[in-house]
Design a binder for this molecule. Structure first.
Ligand code: SAH
Length: 240
């Protein structure tokens, strides 16, 4: 007898619906408050920790030692460019941006980032979801993914990471900075509000392995309120 069909309701990522996620985000104002789910005061410490994390990576890098700015980075799921403006543009010559909601990138290039766009510090702006984005090979020193990967299914994420791997220059990094599920049974959790999945640390590690990425550094964000999900940052490089 054939097996019964798999119960997809048990897979939180099966509930992901891109149209619903985009409708949710489009209904949000283009502000740091909405990017951070009502916790704008966390932006400063988040950006400072990210800068420290990258500085540490560079101190142990042969190809990208401290000193001059990195040549090119991409801010993935960038929203209004909070990470680009507050961190990446300060340490990278050219920052590309990927963000499906045009209203957000318009705010970036016409608002606070206008000057940076004019001088080419903000490079290309791709208004697509990461599941559709195909980066050029051998392009980026740094691919920064923060608080957006929950919008991709596990299968989409694996394909996306494989493309990002090819998009790295030698010695470059993919960085993932995301909320971690604290489910007692170690399950990913679906969030009905923004239509995303919050994954466990274990799930992320399994997915990284599946696409041939190794973790070269990882740490938990310090100084965030205890009642929020813990946030973990990983730096990844091709494994071999
Ligand atoms: N990374 C930014 C924004 C976080 S808010 C920061 O840290 O400030 C989450 C962002 O993910 C929103 O801008 C939302 O539009 C975007 N997003 C939603 N679906 C996406 C998808 N499929 N691919 C990439 N980004 C997506």
């Amino acid at each position: 007898m054939a097996d019964p069909p798999a119960d997809t309701s048990a897979q939180p990522d099966a509930s992901i619906n891109h149209a619903a996620a985009l409708a949710y985000w489009s209904s949000n104002p283009p502000t740091v408050n909405s990017m951070l789910g009502g916790h704008p005061q966390l932006s400063r410490i988040d950006l400072q920790s990210s800068a420290n994390f990258l500085a540490k990576l560079r101190r142990s890098s042969r190809t990208h030692p401290p000193g001059k700015p990195l040549a090119r980075a991409v801010d993935c799921g960038a929203g209004i460019g909070r990470v680009t403006l507050g961190f990446l543009a300060k340490v990278v010559e050219v920052v590309d941006v990927v963000e499906p909601v045009e209203k957000f990138t318009r705010e970036l290039v016409a608002g606070e980032g206008r000057g940076l766009k004019a001088v080419g510090k903000i490079g290309e702006v791709f208004n697509v979801g990461l599941e559709e984005w195909v980066p050029a090979d051998d392009t980026y020193d740094l691919v920064w993914n923060q608080w957006c990967l929950g919008h991709l299914t596990d299968a989409q994420l694996v394909e996306y990471f494989r493309r990002c791997r090819g998009a790295l220059v030698k010695g470059g990094w993919i960085v993932v900075k995301e909320n971690m599920s604290t489910d007692l049974e170690e399950r990913d959790v679906f969030d009905e509000v923004d239509n995303s999945v919050t994954r466990t640390d274990g799930k992320f590690r399994t997915l990284f392995k599946q696409c041939g990425l190794k973790i070269v550094a990882t740490e938990v964000q310090r100084g965030f309120p205890k009642e929020l999900y813990p946030v973990r940052v990983y730096a990844l490089q091709p494994d071999g």
